[in-house]
Design a protein. Structure first.
Length: 420
């Protein structure tokens, strides 16, 4: 077996390649969740083990639908078909076994997973990448309003994304589209501000007397604040209004009313409510989400859960290290580090000593211009966590059309990297 750096999708990750050497015994890895973390992990475990490790992906959806780029569907620039990709290549080219089912329970002692369809499957290693669960119950009136389709979040890409665009189309000219932002941490820090920007840009063309309100529970814009505020002032002045320190307490869908903990009530025609978030249900049910009952702590060198031997947790469900965003790019990188560790350990070797992660988040501020934030994170053995590499990354100097083209390329390359 040889150690090497593995470069894919624009990210350099400390990896392990197996030069035709099988694990010490036949090994089975089960991956729960086919998003940016899970699909990448499934592919890279097969690649790094050169097909010696059997990988089963448990994912109920018929195809992958990308949350990054989904704001362009809300803003009328893309369709759901544009951000939907099949899992077929993982199966045909890489030999991943795909079970279209949901995991409902994990038996850590027996190393098995119970599926909703009744099947129980065993594993030697389990990769858990369940994404987030939106906590509607934290907002009074939201569970029923969401169930009725009157108040949407569209924070999991799919039919709800297209439904929110239809609500935007039905907005009266002169009406108000309100988006609420929960306290960080939440999935995709710049996402709400990108969505507000693209909605404002759509309104400029189609309903010029309408307005976007961004009602943020945080004290300020969470990601790229200077760049977003500059874009809003120069591109969306009078059409987009930002209000910080607006912690949402309840909704009244019939009256189009948002109620806040301290601030005055706000009326709007479209209520796009992003509630607080936590790790996906399977992580909570399995007792792995112990940080405030919401997020999963892990050993950073391998992403193995601190609570369950042989279970590796990835992506948005993880209690993040300092300055580590919950993003699709980061989940993709989590997966590569975990895959390298799993393949090494199954072969009786230690995981890479100093894995690295990269992150890039592009955000469109109009139909033609974008901005970005980037960072590099290195594992530090002394502190046993990832730290941002000093001088790495940063933000765009300015918004530009070139950045918008790079955002499109990032999506294509990352989708290819994870789905193969």
């Amino acid at each position: 077996m040889r150690r090497r750096s593995f470069i894919a999708g624009g990210a350099l990750v400390a990896g392990v390649g197996c030069a035709g050497v099988a694990p010490r015994a036949p090994a089975r890895v089960v991956v729960i969740g086919g998003g940016f973390g899970g699909a990448t992990a499934a592919r890279y475990i097969r690649l790094l083990s050169e097909g010696h490790v059997q990988v089963t992906l448990v994912e109920p959806q018929a195809a992958f639908v990308s949350c990054p780029v989904s704001n362009l569907v809300v803003g009328g620039l893309k369709t759901l078909a544009d951000i939907t990709l099949p899992y077929d290549t993982l199966v045909r080219r890489h030999g991943v076994q795909w079970l279209r089912d949901s995991a409902v329970a994990i038996d850590v002692d027996r190393r098995s997973v119970q599926l909703a369809g009744g099947q129980r499957i065993g594993y030697d290693r389990l990769v858990l990448s369940p994404g987030v669960q939106l906590m509607h119950e934290r907002i009074e009136g939201l569970p029923q309003a969401h169930a009725e389709g009157r108040v949407l979040h569209a924070w999991k890409a799919g039919p709800e994304t297209a439904a929110l665009h239809r609500q935007l189309q039905a907005l009266p000219d002169g009406g108000v589209f309100a988006i609420t932002v929960p306290l960080a941490p939440y999935r995709c820090p710049p996402g709400p501000y990108e969505r507000a920007s693209l909605v404002a840009d759509w309104l400029r063309l189609h309903k010029p007397r309408a307005k976007v309100l961004v009602l943020d529970a945080n004290d300020d814009v969470v990601s790229k604040p200077a760049l977003f505020k500059q874009a809003w002032a120069e591109l969306h002045a009078g059409r987009l209004e930002y209000r910080p320190q607006h912690a949402l307490a309840g909704v009244d869908a019939a009256r189009g009313l948002l109620r806040f903990e301290v601030q005055a009530d706000v009326r709007a025609d479209v209520l796009n409510v992003l509630p607080p978030m936590r790790a996906g249900d399977i992580a909570v049910a399995s007792g792995l989400a112990t940080v405030n009952g919401r997020w999963c702590p892990v050993h950073w060198r391998s992403f193995e859960s601190v609570h369950a031997t042989g279970v590796h947790v990835l992506g948005d469900a993880v209690q993040a290290a300092a300055q580590m965003p919950k993003s699709g790019h980061m989940a993709n990188n989590h997966a590569k580090v975990a895959a390298a560790a799993i393949v090494a350990e199954l072969a009786g070797l230690p995981p890479p000593a100093e894995p690295m992660l990269t992150n890039t988040c592009y955000s469109l501020v109009s139909a033609t211009e974008a901005i970005h934030v980037a960072s590099v994170h290195r594992y530090d053995a002394a502190s046993q966590t990832f730290n941002v590499v000093l001088g790495s990354g940063g933000v765009s100097a300015m918004r530009s059309a070139q950045e918008a083209r790079l955002a499109e390329a990032w999506a294509r390359n990352t989708w290819a990297d994870m789905l193969g």
